[in-house]
Design a protein. Sequence first.
Length: 95
Amino acid sequence: MVTNKVSHTPGPWKLMFTGTSCTVNYDGPDRHGLIATVNQTPPIGSHAANADLIAAAPDLLEVLKNITREVEKRAGAPKAIVAIAYTAIAKAEGK
Protein backbone atom coordinates (compact mmCIF):
# COMPACT_ATOMS: atom_id res chain seq x y z
CA MET A 1 0.00 0.00 0.00
CA VAL A 2 1.27 3.46 -0.91
CA THR A 3 1.26 5.95 1.97
CA ASN A 4 1.22 9.75 1.93
CA LYS A 5 3.85 10.04 4.67
CA VAL A 6 6.70 12.27 3.47
CA SER A 7 10.09 12.23 5.17
CA HIS A 8 12.00 14.16 2.50
CA THR A 9 11.87 17.92 2.07
CA PRO A 10 8.63 18.53 0.19
CA GLY A 11 8.68 20.16 -3.23
CA PRO A 12 8.72 22.16 -5.21
CA TRP A 13 12.47 22.21 -5.55
CA LYS A 14 14.01 24.96 -7.67
CA LEU A 15 17.18 25.09 -9.79
CA MET A 16 19.81 27.79 -9.64
CA PHE A 17 22.74 27.86 -12.06
CA THR A 18 26.04 29.23 -10.75
CA GLY A 19 29.00 28.96 -13.12
CA THR A 20 30.02 25.31 -13.33
CA SER A 21 27.40 24.04 -10.90
CA CYS A 22 23.67 23.79 -10.47
CA THR A 23 22.06 23.89 -7.08
CA VAL A 24 18.69 22.47 -6.19
CA ASN A 25 17.01 24.54 -3.48
CA TYR A 26 13.86 24.47 -1.42
CA ASP A 27 12.23 27.72 -0.40
CA GLY A 28 9.05 26.95 1.46
CA PRO A 29 6.85 28.78 3.92
CA ASP A 30 8.49 27.32 7.02
CA ARG A 31 12.05 26.66 5.89
CA HIS A 32 14.49 26.96 3.01
CA GLY A 33 17.86 25.60 2.07
CA LEU A 34 20.09 23.61 -0.21
CA ILE A 35 18.96 20.18 -1.35
CA ALA A 36 21.87 19.30 -3.68
CA THR A 37 24.73 20.70 -5.72
CA VAL A 38 25.65 19.19 -9.08
CA ASN A 39 29.16 20.16 -10.24
CA GLN A 40 30.77 19.63 -13.61
CA THR A 41 34.04 21.07 -14.92
CA PRO A 42 33.95 22.04 -17.70
CA PRO A 43 30.20 22.65 -17.67
CA ILE A 44 28.36 20.36 -20.07
CA GLY A 45 24.70 19.56 -20.62
CA SER A 46 24.60 16.53 -18.35
CA HIS A 47 25.07 18.48 -15.10
CA ALA A 48 22.01 20.61 -15.86
CA ALA A 49 20.04 17.50 -16.86
CA ASN A 50 21.06 15.76 -13.62
CA ALA A 51 19.98 18.80 -11.61
CA ASP A 52 16.66 18.90 -13.50
CA LEU A 53 16.05 15.26 -12.56
CA ILE A 54 16.87 15.91 -8.90
CA ALA A 55 14.57 18.95 -8.83
CA ALA A 56 11.72 16.92 -10.36
CA ALA A 57 12.10 14.05 -7.85
CA PRO A 58 9.32 15.10 -5.40
CA ASP A 59 6.84 15.54 -8.25
CA LEU A 60 7.84 12.25 -9.89
CA LEU A 61 7.45 10.38 -6.61
CA GLU A 62 4.00 11.82 -5.98
CA VAL A 63 2.85 10.99 -9.52
CA LEU A 64 4.17 7.43 -9.24
CA LYS A 65 2.30 6.97 -5.95
CA ASN A 66 -0.93 8.29 -7.47
CA ILE A 67 -0.65 6.16 -10.61
CA THR A 68 0.16 3.06 -8.56
CA ARG A 69 -2.91 3.62 -6.36
CA GLU A 70 -5.15 3.94 -9.42
CA VAL A 71 -3.69 0.94 -11.24
CA GLU A 72 -3.94 -1.21 -8.13
CA LYS A 73 -7.70 -0.47 -7.85
CA ARG A 74 -8.40 -2.02 -11.25
CA ALA A 75 -9.32 -5.65 -11.69
CA GLY A 76 -6.51 -7.51 -13.38
CA ALA A 77 -3.90 -4.91 -12.45
CA PRO A 78 -0.50 -5.99 -13.77
CA LYS A 79 1.10 -7.31 -10.57
CA ALA A 80 4.65 -7.16 -11.95
CA ILE A 81 4.31 -3.48 -12.86
CA VAL A 82 2.77 -2.64 -9.48
CA ALA A 83 5.64 -4.48 -7.76
CA ILE A 84 8.22 -2.51 -9.77
CA ALA A 85 6.46 0.74 -8.81
CA TYR A 86 6.46 -0.22 -5.12
CA THR A 87 10.18 -1.05 -5.33
CA ALA A 88 10.92 2.36 -6.87
CA ILE A 89 8.79 4.14 -4.26
CA ALA A 90 10.53 2.29 -1.43
CA LYS A 91 13.94 3.19 -2.89
CA ALA A 92 12.95 6.86 -3.13
CA GLU A 93 11.75 6.77 0.49
CA GLY A 94 14.96 5.11 1.72
CA LYS A 95 13.30 1.83 2.67
